[in-house]
Design a protein around this ligand. Structure first.
Ligand code: NAD
Length: 265
């Protein structure tokens, strides 16, 4: 009998263009905790969810101060990409990567070697700040430097407005142009490969359903079941660090595991 991994390997080998969808699970081997996995931030501390609620952040200075303290030590700023990220670079180098649609805010796909054009960041990036007043975006290091010298809730340097990371909080709209490009990549490909996501955050997870309804075969790789498992041609419940190199047919440049504290954008 053919195993799930063998079936997925055959689908990947036969596909011309593959659209890859990633979630926090692809970065746990880099030392960045996910939200909903067994060691996830929200599994361990459900109250941490309020730190990514847009209305709370906008209206409550204490929430913003807590958020900035956490951002200042976020593991994403020091985490290296791991074998999972490198597998996707290999797919690109073979000419098989249509696009990476990521929910992640850590920038590790680009750190592994994908170009910004190849990565659609559905939930924004932790590496920039944005002002809720004038909309200005800057490298987030400037605000973090002020936090480190004691400015607990650094205001916008241009207009004095409230600053946050340029990530999408619950209650905020996704960037329409980015989502449109992601939807286009989801339906115009030979295979849709979703990696390391609980597929519980909408509208991002709906891209899996969109691809499936268009007739694109779906491969799901995640440690736990997801609400989209029944739409998939193949479901693999296994660690990404071993399963993804096997599916892609590479060693992924070697796993680099790290332990680290957890954080919310
Ligand atoms: P999630 O926490 O809801 O789900 C992650 C899934 O990955 C879980 O089901 C978990 O079991 C699985 N997983 C974790 N490590 C794995 C591994 N090594 N091998 C196989 N499976 C593994 O995350 P999500 O679906 O991405 O949605 C959460 C939201 O959290 C997203 O919007 C994202 O923006 C944000 N987030 C991002 C980061 C990051 O940028 N690295 C980290 C935490 C949360």
């Amino acid at each position: 009998m053919t195993s799930d991994i063998e079936q997925a390997t055959e689908l990947v080998a036969a596909a011309g263009q593959i659209t890859v969808f990633t979630g926090a699970g692809i970065s746990t081997d880099s030392g960045i905790p996910d939200f909903r996995g067994p060691n996830g931030l929200w599994t361990r501390d459900p109250s941490a969810q309020r730190l990514v609620d847009f209305d709370s952040y906008r209206s409550d200075r204490l929430i913003r101060e807590q958020s900035w303290r956490r951002r200042a030590t976020h593991p994403a700023f020091a985490a290296p990409p791991n074998s999972g990220h490198r597998c996707l670079v290999e797919l690109r180098d073979r000419g098989q990567l249509r696009a990476v649609l990521t929910q992640n805010i850590d920038g590790l796909h680009q750190a592994a070697g994908l170009s910004p054009d190849e990565v659609l960041e559905l939930h924004g990036t932790l590496h920039e700040s944005e002002c809720l007043g004038c909309g200005e975006r800057r490298p987030i290091g400037e605000a973090l430097d002020r936090v480190r010298v004691g400015v607990a809730d650094p205001p916008c340097l241009s207009c004095g407005g409230v600053l946050k990371s340029a990530t999408i909080f619950f209650g905020q709209q996704l960037d329409g142009a980015v989502f449109e490009r992601a939807a286009e990549a989801a339906v115009n490909c030979d295979l849709f490969l979703a990696i390391g996501s609980s597929l519980r955050v909408q509208p991002a997870a709906g891209l899996v359903g969109l691809a499936a309804r268009t007739g694109v075969p779906i491969v799901l790789l995640n440690a736990e079941p997801t609400p989209y498992d029944e739409l998939a041609a193949v479901v693999i419940q296994a660690p990404i660090g071993t399963a993804l190199p096997a599916i892609i047919g590479t060693r992924g440049g070697g796993a680099q595991a790290m332990d680290g504290p957890g954080f919310v954008g």
